[in-house]
Design a protein around this ligand. Structure first.
Ligand SMILES: [Zn+2]
Length: 215
């Protein structure tokens, strides 16, 4: 509600062409083509991070409070990776739990929200509209300490060291025997995801998959 009020007070501008109305106008949206990509058998990404508009949209979601772009990405991820499950008769018997990769405390304070959490919530909402119930554990994974931004850590070794044991797990018993889907914004080396999986796997989920907006 407050968000709607603020949109009326400060109308959104398209991050691509600056047109008033929404954070991403229909014309610019069409220039972001879906490029679904699998990284191994358990990780899927949707857009090419080299697309300047994708990069700008993720930046605006993270640093300019453009939460609506998180919803846009969540719906896009749902359509590509979950919709067929919702419509088919191949629904998994065990529950599917979405776990967003968390932001650090500093970023949370600045931003007021975890951007991957906004994306995950939009996936859950879109699924609900199709009658598919996905569980959301928005705060299950948390950062135990502040680490450098992964993009700042130059080498692959540095990136692994940077995220080593960075994540803690709350109420991990809730994922036992279930399918967990990690939700992230950008995957570069996969070091963050590997570390998140390591932390969650101690709670014996059936499997851990990952969806990310871009690669
Ligand atoms: Zn535009």
């Amino acid at each position: 509600m407050l968000e709607d009020f603020l949109t009326l007070l400060f109308p959104e501008h398209c991050i691509g062409c600056n047109k008033t109305g929404s954070a991403l106008c229909a014309i610019c949206e069409r220039s972001i083509t879906v490029k679904a990509h699998a990284l191994g058998t358990t990780v899927a990404t949707l857009f090419d991070y080299q697309n300047p508009l994708v990069k700008r949209a993720l930046w605006a979601l993270k640093y300019h409070r453009k939460r609506s772009l998180g919803k846009y990405f969540g719906i896009a991820l749902y359509r590509e990776f979950f919709k067929s499950v919702a419509q088919g008769n191949t629904r998994p018997k065990e529950a599917i739990v979405l776990v967003p990769v968390p932001s650090g405390k500093r970023a949370l304070r600045l931003r007021g929200y975890n951007h991957s959490g906004v994306i995950a919530a939009a996936i859950v909402q879109a699924a609900k509209a199709d009658g598919l119930v996905l569980e959301l554990e928005a705060n299950m994974l948390f950062k135990k300490r502040e680490n450098e931004q992964q993009v700042e850590a130059r080498t692959k070794t540095k990136r692994s060291e940077n995220v080593a044991h960075v994540f803690g797990v709350r109420t991990g018993e809730r994922i036992a025997g279930k399918t967990v889907v990690l939700v992230d914004d950008v995957i570069t080396t996969g070091a963050t995801i590997a570390e998140a999986k390591r932390a969650l796997s101690e709670w014996k989920p059936r499997r851990i998959l990952t969806v990310a907006v871009a690669h």
